[in-house]
Every structure is written in structure tokens, then in C-alpha cells.
Ligand binder design. Structure first.
Ligand code: CP
Ligand code: NVA
Length: 320
């Protein structure tokens, strides 16, 4: 591995907590860790988090994020503290008190919860604790690392590429837009009017954009996918919005990713999804199962991306 010294960051609540150099370094490190793992080579990272306790707290369901963080911690020699949902973040005692307890025992906390504000309040209350966003209603930054690792593997050079995100302008779309802007990737987001990416996210992405990356919002999915190297979608109904599922199914119908929509993108365009997917809703079964689909590469890359992230936060002086 290169002997670049990693930047020390306290938290990863948002892609915006990284600068472009951090993000590029994270992708480079993740690719190296993936290659080492495929060769069965675990040193020199196998004990890099030895002596570090890392807690995980999930207020919402998870398959990928929880499993990959558990394996990541284990493979780096760290020690997992799996907190139970009965911690009831912010309901049994103030959020800041939970944080100030945990910082007396552990080095980092990985949290999946509802509000980004709660996560920020938690991180601000404990100066010594590293806090990682494992998904909030507003952002899903760990997903974005895996997404761009996958795109880099498939497309090589990322700069100047175009991703079309079709569907709800949600947490996954937000982190994708943040990371794309920093990496010089254009993003076209097609959503029904009330579900467009928030204006604040457009402003954030614009303010961190490099190499001429542009974020453009569309109402028509066909317009958004023209010339795209990849089409990305996510569930129409995110966790916590279950009561709106029927309404959303009615509104999002024209935003389904199907073979016809795929045929309007660049020839050979990839299909991406953070998962879990709902066949017959945001994506058809044939697109999901097609050769264009890289969804399980994305899922695998959650592991490698999060190992790199944990190293950057907790062992930046490792000099790997
Ligand atoms: N993509 C993702 O975050 O999956 P989980 O909800 O299963 O963790
Ligand atoms: N937008 C989805 C992502 C799931 C990984 C949700 O928040 O439920």
C-alpha cells in the first residue's frame, strides 16, 4: 500500500464531512483492502483496530449495513458492542447523555436513526467519540462510498461520467449527489415535483463540485437518463414512511426503471440500487436480474468501503 498519511476526521455524519481528497483516498484504500482480502492477505490491517471498542445502534432495520460493519470491525481487529434498540435514543434519556456515557467506554459509535439533527446532537455532545452515520432520513453516506467504489471498478475514470438517479429525492440520492459532485461526476435526478432533491442539497452539491460536475433536476425520467453511464434507483417508500406506501405507488409509477428506460441511457449503461429492492415497483425483475445490474457488487463494496472509512477515522496514522 502507498504510505500516504490519512486525514484525521472525528465523524462521518455526511459525505460533506470529507473533502474530495479524503473521499478519493477512501476509495483508493477500499480498493486496496478488497484486493488484499481476495488474495487472503489480511496483514497489515488485521490488528489495526486492536483495543478499539466500536458500538452500533440501529433504530431501523438493516441487513447490509449492520452485517458489513460487523465484519469490517472484526477483520480490522476491533471489538464490537452491539447496542440494543431498547437504548431508545432520545426517549429514555437525552441524546447527549447517551453520547457522554458511551464516550467513557468506546471509541466510536455507528448509528442508524431517523433524524440527522439527532445524529448531529449526539456527535456534538461527545468530543472524543467518532460517530458514523449508518443512515438517517436525510443522508446515507456509507452507501455513497460503496456506490462510487462500484462505479470506479466498472467505469475506471469517474470524472466526466453521468449518473441518472430516478425516483425519490431521498437520503440515498442526497449522499450520491454529494459524493458525485466532489468526484467530478454529473448527476441527473428525475423525481415527481414534491419529491425532488431538497434545494439545500442542490446548493451543497454545487458548493463542493469539482471538475465541472453538474447536478440537474428533471421531472421526466426519459430526459434524465439520456447519455447516462448508470441509472440508479431506490425504494419509493423509505423506512418510516410506510403509511404513505399506497400514495407513493400511485405517484412514482412513471419513474420505474424498466428495459425501455434502460434503452434510453448510454449503450452498456449500468443499473444500480442500494437495496432492498421492490420488483415491479421502482425496478422491473428483468432489469434487476440483467447483466447491467451491479447491485450485489454495491452490496459487497459496503464492506470494503466501511473498512476504509473506519481506518481513516480510527487509525489514520497507520501509514498504509
Ligand atoms: N443499503 C442498505 O443500507 O441496506 P440495509 O438497509 O439492509 O442496511
Ligand atoms: N431510502 C431507503 C434506503 C434503504 C437502504 C430508506 O431509507 O429506507
Amino acid at each position: 500500500m502507498a504510505d500516504t498519511t490519512l486525514t484525521r476526521r472525528k465523524d462521518f455524519l455526511s459525505v460533506l464531512d470529507f473533502d474530495a481528497a479524503d473521499l478519493e483516498r477512501c476509495l483508493e484504500l477500499a480498493a486496496q483492502l478488497k484486493s488484499d482480502r481476495s488474495l487472503g492477505r489480511h496483514a497489515p490491517t488485521a490488528d489495526i483496530l486492536d483495543g478499539h471498542h466500536i458500538a452500533m445502534l440501529f433504530d431501523k432495520p438493516s441487513l447490509r449495513t449492520r452485517t458489513t460493519f460487523e465484519i469490517a470491525i472484526r477483520e480490522l481487529g476491533g471489538h464490537l458492542v452491539a447496542l440494543q434498540a431498547d437504548v431508545a435514543l432520545g426517549r429514555r434519556e437525552p441524546v447527549g447523555d447517551v453520547a457522554r456515557n458511551l464516550e467513557r467506554w468506546v471509541d466510536a459509535v455507528i448509528i442508524r436513526t431517523f433524524s440527522q439533527d439527532v445524529l448531529q446532537e449526539f456527535a456534538a455532545a461527545a468530543r472524543r467519540l467518532h460517530v458514523v452515520n449508518a443512515l438517517t432520513d436525510q443522508e446515507h453516506p456509507c452507501q455513497a462510498i460503496a456506490d462510487f467504489l462500484t462505479l470506479q471498478e466498472r467505469l475506471g475514470q469517474l470524472r466526466g461520467r453521468t449518473i441518472a438517479y430516478v425516483g425519490d429525492g431521498n437520503n440515498v440520492a442526497t449522499s450520491l449527489a454529494h459524493a458525485a459532485a466532489m468526484l467530478g461526476v454529473h448527476v441527473h435526478v428525475a423525481s415527481p415535483e414534491p419529491y425532488q432533491l431538497p434545494h439545500a442539497v442542490v446548493q451543497q452539491a454545487t458548493s463542493v463540485a469539482r471538475h465541472g460536475a453538474r447536478l440537474r433536476l428533471f421531472s421526466d425520467a426519459a430526459d434524465a437518463v439520456a447519455g447516462a453511464d448508470a441509472i440508479y434507483t431506490d425504494t419509493w417508500t423509505s423506512m418510516g414512511q410506510e403509511q404513505e406506501a399506497e400514495l407513493r405507488r400511485g405517484i412514482f409509477g412513471p419513474y420505474q426503471v424498466n428495459e425501455e428506460l434502460m434503452s434510453l441511457a448510454k449503450p452498456g449503461a449500468l443499473f444500480m440500487h442500494c437495496l432492498p429492492a421492490h420488483r415491479g415497483e421502482e425496478v422491473t425483475a428483468d432489469v434487476f436480474e440483467s447483466d447491467a445490474s451491479v447491485v450485489f457488487d454495491q452490496a459487497e463494496n459496503r464492506l470494503h468501503g466501511q473498512k476504509a472509512l473506519l481506518m481513516m477515522l480510527l487509525a489514520p496514522a497507520a501509514g498504509l
